[in-house]
Design a protein. Structure first.
Length: 138
């Protein structure tokens, strides 16, 4: 009986040790160059109605600043490893990254104009292009 109990304890130790070491050594699943800036939108397709402002802000930004905006990556809530790596707790969430550095995080409900204002600031875009929008936010 003691022999089986020892085997169970010993096996549990190795199993738990393997779980801890794999979680702590997880590398960034979105590999990029250290100087590359890109935007990641974490989206949950089951609650798309809550994400309309995010999509509208990103579309308006792309249409207005066509070549000046960083790449956009959309990650679905079902991609658990990436969601866990970036510690995403609510959807939608936008993160702007340069290499490993997080420049901006917007989580939860925001208006399209608020999202636009944050993105314009972090991307260092010319606010005069969207001057009517910026004035309405002041």
């Amino acid at each position: 009986m003691d022999k089986y109990f020892g085997i169970i304890i010993f096996s549990s130790f190795f199993l738990l040790n393997a779980c801890v070491s794999s979680a702590s050594t997880m590398e960034n699943p979105l590999q990029s160059q250290p100087s590359e800036t890109f935007t990641v939108l974490f989206s949950d397709t089951s609650t798309m109605h809550k994400e309309t402002n995010y999509y509208n802000a990103l579309l308006e930004l792309q249409q207005t600043y066509q070549t000046d905006t960083p790449s956009l990556i959309i990650i679905d809530a079902t991609e658990h490893d990436i969601v866990r790596y970036f510690n995403i707790e609510q959807f939608p969430t936008i993160i702007v990254l340069t290499g490993e550095k997080e420049n901006l995080r917007i989580e939860g409900p925001f208006s399209k104009d608020e999202i636009l204002a944050h993105l314009i600031e972090v991307y260092h875009l010319d606010k005069e292009v969207l001057n009517p929008l910026i004035q309405s936010l002041s």
